[in-house]
Design a protein around this ligand. Structure first.
Ligand code: ZN
Length: 155
């Protein structure tokens, strides 16, 4: 069986940017449904169980380029009382539909706090090492939902 649309593919991966490991783990996903970044999904297409490979994914096929509009300056008073307003701290805002929007503090100068809504990996070349550990047909339910389910059929 090979990796193609509507297969559930399990991979073990290590992700590096600039030589530093930023993420690693195991992931089962439904192939061909945009569940993983496009550059990685393309690199997996047509491969077989047990195959291991490395791929460098450019930003345009990864998390995109940082959007300058994602960077804003807000007053310290915009944060809840008692919260730690410091560089590197992560908070959540809400979009108009109530979805959480993560952002990180990138600078604090007096009362001016610079925050960044861009994905931390935006603008980065993503160096993946991947091993395909399993490939199976998706269930009817998984196809209807557009994503893979866990071993017990849970989300
Ligand atoms: Zn589901």
């Amino acid at each position: 069986m090979k990796v193609e649309r509507n297969k559930v593919v399990t991979i073990v991966y290590t992700l590096r940017t600039n030589g530093e490991v930023v993420d690693q783990g195991e992931l089962a996903y439904l192939h061909g449904h945009g569940q993983i970044i496009p550059g990685l999904e393309e690199a997996l297409e047509g491969r077989h169980e047990g195959e291991a490979f490395a791929v460098s994914v450019p930003p345009e096929k990864g998390y995109g380029e940082p959007n300058p509009e994602g960077i804003q300056v807000v007053p310290k008073s915009a944060f809840p009382e008692g919260s730690e307003v410091a560089v590197g701290e992560q908070f959540y805002a809400q979009d108009p539909t109530g979805q959480p929007l993560p952002f990180v503090i990138t600078a604090v100068e007096g009362d001016e706090v610079t925050i960044d809504f861009n994905h931390p990996l935006a603008g980065q070349v993503l160096d993946f090492e991947v091993e395909i550990t399993a490939i199976r047909d998706a269930s009817e339910e998984e196809l209807a939902h557009g994503h893979a389910h866990g071993p017990e059929g849970l989300h």
